[in-house]
Design a protein around this ligand. Structure first.
Ligand code: ATR
Length: 300
């Protein structure tokens, strides 16, 4: 998708895959500047392991505890960022879902989009690495986020860590929030750390499902044919609810169920494109052609 974007904009850049064994991740990123790279994406299993080798982290990368994008700065130093949360919010935005305070990538003109959903109560299924980026982004935008995970301790630890990080950035956040959103934001008075709550999966689903306006699957359930639903099939979805599944490699049973019951169902392909679009902008300083990138990764 990056090469398609470079071609569309006539940029003489190239994006190349570089498999790196875990024990050599430090050597690899330390060589990027000398090799003339402007940046890199970091993927599984290096997203956390790369951190000690970087010169600086963005507040989001620090809060999430994982890096997916590196920027090589002019002096050769390395900045670690995490664009997964921004990619998720941008894709919600592109689908007409506007969590208060959220922003799309530059090519989306907010006024031109019919934002039919403005959820303030989200339910996130799972508490792994992908959940951290999503939960942070949603709570930072002002939503109340319930995190339901099979291992409840993990959900609790996530809420505690991200709550503390959100408190630390709360001042900047409220300064950035746009005034139109503030006026109809039902949760603006709630402290950032109090917007997060941890729950057992699946036991808490009946109680949480009723009030959730946005439900996000970040678990690995659905990645493989025959996986159980990350949901209780006896709990109906409803029109007006938005169900987002981060899985993008195959159509999931969760989204099929949501769609059949009248909810808005969104897969993770757009998040993949938009996290890439954000990285593209960090490296090139040029607005990313997000639609071109999305088209490039869509199945033919
Ligand atoms: P990632 O970094 O992609 O989020 P991860 O850290 O391995 O991957 O997290 C996977 C998530 O899927 C976790 O929330 C995991 O729950 P646990 O924390 O209890 O392990 C969840 N998950 C995986 N298999 C599951 C299953 N069979 N039932 C419920 N949740 C499951």
């Amino acid at each position: 998708m990056h090469n398609a974007a470079f071609a569309a904009l006539g940029l003489d850049w190239a994006y190349v895959p570089l498999p790196v064994p875990p024990e050599r991740v430090g050597e690899a990123v330390r060589g990027l500047a000398a090799l003339g790279f402007a940046g890199a994406n970091i993927t599984v299993p290096h997203k956390q392991a790369v951190i000690p080798f970087l010169d600086e982290l963005t507040p989001i990368a620090r809060a999430v505890g994982a890096v997916n994008t590196l920027v090589v700065r002019p002096d050769g130093s390395l900045l670690g960022d995490n664009t997964d949360g921004a990619g998720f919010m941008a894709d919600l935005w592109a689908h007409g879902v506007r969590v208060c305070g959220s922003m799309g990538v530059s090519e989306y003109k907010p006024s031109a989009l019919p934002h039919s959903h403005t959820p303030t109560r989200a339910l996130v299924l799972g508490a792994g690495g992908a959940a951290r980026a999503v939960v942070y982004a949603l709570a930072e935008a002002g939503a109340r986020v319930a995190v339901a995970n099979r291992t409840q301790d993990r959900a609790q630890a996530l809420c505690q860590a991200l709550g503390a990080a959100l408190e630390a950035t709360a001042e900047t956040q409220s300064a950035q929030r746009d005034s139109e959103c503030l006026s109809d934001l039902r949760v603006s008075a709630v402290r950032p750390s109090s917007r997060l709550s941890a729950h057992p999966f699946p036991d808490a689903l009946p109680e949480l499902a009723a009030e959730a306006e946005l439900i996000v699957n970040t678990t690995s359930l659905g990645l493989h044919e025959g996986d159980p639903l990350p949901w209780d099939a006896a709990l109906p979805f409803r029109p007006g609810q938005v169900v987002y599944d981060l899985i993008y490699n195959r159509p999931t049973a969760l989204l099929a169920l949501a769609r059949s019951q009248g909810a808005t169902a969104i897969d993770g392909l757009g998040m993949l494109a938009h996290q890439g679009a954000r990285a593209f902008e960090l490296w090139t300083g040029v607005a990313a052609p997000a639609e071109v990138m999305l088209e490039a990764i869509r199945e033919p």
